[in-house]
Structures are given as structure tokens and as C-alpha cells.
Design a protein around this ligand. Structure first.
Ligand code: G3H
Length: 530
């Protein structure tokens, strides 16, 4: 057996393992002396396959979870804390400091993204840069929001100064597939609006957060951001049970979201910001441009091996073109280059969950037992840390692959001759995030768009589904989301409208004028942040 090292560019080699021994609570990087969880990459560094040991992270429990919650609660201090009452421009300054410090960690975070979750180098770089841009855009949007609030209104003899205020303590839990971007798309707007947060990285993609702990510590007042490591059940459950969480911000599965919200003793107080599972369909009409459709379906189904909530997870193709589509699509799937994330031009990469190939195989076995076939030659081939994407046809409703969000490399295809079939399926399904519609004829497309817009929250015309650009609303119906995220919407999701009202009488107007003149209040202010 060859233990020889495979060729890895020097800058991406793992020379030192990372043993994270600190966590951030109450503005302090506290030392952790308890149990640690080993972190392995499913990528092998040697020719004979073996997972690569990357290091370890704290495996924390209830006591530390409650400490972190306590710190966040103290920092919010029932709305009296320095952070929630701070002037907007000062909070923005803290965030600007943070993003500058974060940028210095790009190389290490990108390298860890590749090793921990198997994301390609360009996509890992994109995830980092997109997150930095998201933070900068969030700051600009907050300035604009603040400028819009720097005024008084008068209605029916009542003056009002209306702003958006924080909600309190946010428990923030992110997913493994975008461990930086998706998590920060929750955390950043949440804290910028004046909330305080307890944040725990996902089960995979943990070490890549550790280079940022110092930046959090140095940029924000103590207790505003608290970072814990460990299993969700051990940490998030006890936090929710206290009833002290005001917002549950989670990107993940509805089963986790439901389990957590059920533990909150006063669920009516709990605001939810959730990005959940989806099974976005592609609908390919008979007049679709097949070259374009196949390209978009390839990217939609298989970017990051299908591990995206926005991935196309079921493909409906019209009877008239299904044979040609299947043939050409299957050929293209087999041409995709597989390799380690830093390899040039690579499209398919190792799966970060060790058990994922076996799960995909189960879906495949079930579909085959119920009459489906694998259309592509390489479909279902196993590697040590991968299973080649199988194009599976014809998929029927009794198959697990039809219902379950596969979140991995397997593509179910169904054919249809009546457009009502995919529409009915979508209406019946538990999901409602996005759809991709491929076709040309406007007389066919128009009524379809009108219906689809009421079944999902984004209809992608001749384009695969995706979250970006981040200026656009990202949300879903049914089990796919609660609340809306975009640079603009997230600031609203993590805040509430709150205002000072006064009857338009001399006494009140004099007070308001003095408040503005003296600048004693951080809330009542007509200052413009440019
Ligand atoms: O996992 C879900 C992500 O929000 C998908 O984002 O469409 O940019 O890959 P994306």
C-alpha cells in the first residue's frame, strides 16, 4: 500500500494541525480544557486513501452554553446595554473594523474551506469575497435605512420619529455547505441592528471560523458576539429552554428548527429567521434551448456536488424532448472533472460527510428497485470519498428520491406531457423555494410564471436556481424558509419598528427640539450618516 503523499500545492498543504483551545464569551477568549472533537477532512493527503487529520475543536456543553447566553443577555441588558443603545455610526465603525481584520485571514479561511468541506478553490474564494462584500453592502444599506429614519412625521396631530430597533438575543446556527457565508448573512445584520448573539458553527466547517475569533473579540464590545463549539443538541437545546432567546436564526433543516423552537417556553416571543430545505424543480418545456438548458441544469444540479439548498433537486422534462435531454445531459455529467478542490478546472469534489455516499446509494437502490435506471455510464461509481452523480430516470412518486432532499450528487428526472403534473407536484410538495423554467414561447410561459410565482418565491427563467445576487430577496414558502434574507431584508428581519410619538403641542415640540440640539439621545436623531 502506498503511503506516498499526493501532490498538493505548498500553499494548500496542511503542515500544522489546528487545536482550537479557546472560545469567545463575554469579550474573552476563554481557555477550553474539556473534551475536544477531532476534525478530519474526507480528502486524502496520501495515495492510499485515508482521511486527513486537521485538528480538533472544543466539544462544549450546557454550562458553557448558558455562560455564553448570559454574556449575550448582559450585553443587551434589557435594551440598556452599550451596544443596543449605541449610535448607529458607532456600531457601523465596529463592523468596519471587523471586516478589515477579517480580510487579513482570507488565505487561511479559504484553505480550510477546501479541506473541511471540499469546496473548490474558486468557490471557496468566492465564498470569502462574497461574504466581505455582503458585510460592506449591509453597512451601506444600514446607512441608507438610518438616513430614511432621520426625520419626523406628523399624522392626525401626532408627531412620530420612527426607527428600527433590535430584538434582543439571537441564537445563530449556520450550515456546513456555506459555513462562512450563510452564517454571516445571519450574524452580521443581526448584530449590526443592535442585537447580541450566541453563535455556533455547523458540525462541519468549524476550524475555518477560528481565525476570526480575535477579530470578533477586538471589534465589538464584550458579550455582543459569543462563539461556542460543539454539537447542536448539547448547546442549542439548553439555550432555547431558558426562554431567553428572542430570535432563532438558523440555516439548516426544518426538523432542527422545529425541535429548537419547541423547546422555547414562550414560542410567541420567539422570532424566526430560517433558511430551510428545498427541492427546487427544473421544468423543461418542449421548445427549450437544449444547449443552454443542459448547461444550466448541470450547474444547478451539481455545483458543489448538489450540496446547496438552492440546487435543482428534481428535473421535469417534456415527453417530446426527454430522450434527447437525457442522452446529452448524461454525457455531460460524465465529462465533469472530479478531483481535490485546488485542482484546476475541477467541478466535482470529495463529499465532506463521510456517510453521504452510502446515503446516496440508498436513494439509488430504492429508485432502481422501484423501476428507475441509471442513465450515465459512471453513475453511482464509488470512490473512497465520493459517489459519481447518477442521472436517474424515470423517477416516480413512490421513490425516496422524489421526496427527500438529496443534498448530494444524484439527479432524479421525470417526464411529463401535461404541465399540470409538475404544477400539481409542486403544490403538493413540502417545499417552496425556487423553480427553473426552461422554454421560449411567451404564450406558454406567461400563465406558467403567474402560477409558479405563487408556488415558490423565485422563478428563474432559462437559468438555474441560486441565492445571489445578495441584493435580491432570498426566502421560501412552506418548509423552505421563515422570513426573508437579502442585504436589505435581513436588516428588517433582525429588527422591529419602534418609535417616539408625541402630541403636537408646544411642550413636546420644545423637548424634541432640545433633544435634537443637545444630541443627548442616540435614538432621537436627525443626523445623516453619509
Ligand atoms: O445552500 C443554499 C445557499 O444559499 C445557496 O446559495 O445559490 O449562491 O449557491 P447559492
Amino acid at each position: 500500500m502506498s503511503k506516498e503523499n499526493i501532490a498538493i500545492p505548498t500553499e494548500f498543504q496542511i503542515n500544522d494541525t489546528i487545536h482550537q483551545k479557546h472560545y469567545l464569551v463575554d469579550g474573552e477568549l476563554k481557555e477550553w480544557n474539556g473534551n475536544s472533537a477531532d476534525v478530519y477532512s474526507t480528502i486524502s493527503s496520501t495515495e492510499t486513501y485515508a482521511p486527513t487529520y486537521l485538528g480538533s475543536a472544543p466539544d462544549m456543553g450546557e454550562a458553557e452554553a448558558l455562560d455564553a447566553l448570559d454574556a449575550a443577555e448582559k450585553a443587551f441588558a434589557k435594551g440598556q446595554g452599550a451596544w443596543p443603545t449605541m449610535r448607529v455610526r458607532d456600531r457601523i465603525e465596529c463592523m468596519e473594523q471587523f471586516v478589515e481584520k477579517m480580510k487579513t485571514k482570507r488565505d487561511l479561511v479559504v484553505k480550510l474551506l477546501m479541506w473541511e468541506i471540499g469546496k473548490t478553490l474558486p468557490d471557496s474564494e468566492k465564498e470569502f469575497d462574497r461574504t466581505v462584500n455582503y458585510i460592506n453592502d449591509t453597512i451601506e444599506n444600514y446607512k441608507a435605512l438610518d438616513r430614511d429614519s432621520a426625520k419626523f412625521q406628523k399624522n392626525s396631530g401626532v408627531m412620530a420619529h420612527i426607527r428600527r430597533g433590535p430584538l434582543g438575543v439571537v441564537l445563530c446556527l449556520g450550515p456546513y455547505n456555506y459555513p462562512l457565508n450563510e452564517t454571516f448573512c445571519l450574524l452580521i445584520p443581526a448584530i449590526l441592528m443592535g442585537n447580541t448573539a450566541v453563535f455556533k458553527p455547523a458540525k462541519i466547517g468549524v476550524l475555518l471560523i477560528t481565525p476570526l475569533l480575535e477579530a470578533f473579540k477586538e471589534s465589538f464590545p464584550k458579550g455582543v458576539v459569543n462563539v461556542l463549539f460543539g454539537r447542536g443538541r448539547a448547546i442549542a437545546g439548553p439555550i432555547m429552554k431558558t426562554g431567553k432567546v428572542d430570535v432563532l436564526a438558523l440555516i439548516g433543516h426544518s426538523s432542527s428548527a422545529n425541535a429548537l423552537q419547541d423547546q422555547h417556553p414562550k414560542s410567541n416571543r420567539l422570532r424566526l429567521v430560517l433558511g430551510l430545505e428545498a427541492k427546487n424543480p427544473a421544468i423543461v418545456l418542449p421548445d427549450a434551448d437544449l444547449d443552454l438548458t443542459i448547461n444550466e441544469c448541470l450547474a444547478g444540479t451539481l455545483s458543489f456536488n448538489g450540496q446547496r439548498c438552492t440546487a435543482l433537486k428534481v428535473v421535469y422534462v417534456h415527453d417530446e424532448i426527454v430522450d434527447e435531454f437525457n442522452k446529452r445531459f448524461s454525457e455531460e455529467v460524465d465529462k465533469l472533472p472530479f478531483g481535490n478542490p485546488w485542482e484546476k478546472g475541477v467541478k466535482l469534489t470529495p463529499l465532506p460527510e463521510a456517510g453521504k455516499p452510502a446515503y446516496i446509494q440508498e436513494l439509488l437502490d430504492d429508485a432502481i428497485a422501484k423501476g428507475a435506471k441509471i442513465l450515465n455510464k459512471k453513475g453511482g461509481q464509488h470512490f473512497d470519498n465520493y459517489i459519481w452523480p447518477a442521472v436517474v430516470y424515470p423517477v416516480t412518486k413512490d421513490m425516496r428520491l422524489y421526496d427527500e432532499e438529496q443534498f448530494g450528487p444524484i439527479i432524479p428526472i421525470l417526464s411529463f406531457n401535461d404541465i399540470e403534473q409538475p404544477l400539481d407536484d409542486m403544490a403538493e410538495s413540502n417545499y417552496g423555494q425556487q423553480v427553473s423554467l426552461f422554454g421560449k414561447d411567451v404564450y406558454t410561459l406567461a400563465p406558467l410564471i403567474d402560477t409558479l410565482a405563487n408556488l415558490v418565491c423565485r422563478v428563474n427563467l432559462n437559468s438555474s436556481c441560486q441565492r445571489g445576487p445578495d441584493a435580491y430577496p432570498f426566502t421560501g414558502r412552506k418548509d423552505s424558509a421563515v422570513a426573508t434574507l437579502s442585504v436589505h431584508d435581513a436588516l428588517r428581519s433582525f429588527s422591529i419598528r419602534t418609535f417616539v410619538a408625541s402630541k403636537d403641542i408646544e411642550l413636546n415640540n420644545e423637548i424634541l427640539e432640545k433633544l435634537l440640539e443637545t444630541r443627548l439621545s442616540n435614538f432621537v436623531s436627525t443626523d445623516y450618516i453619509l
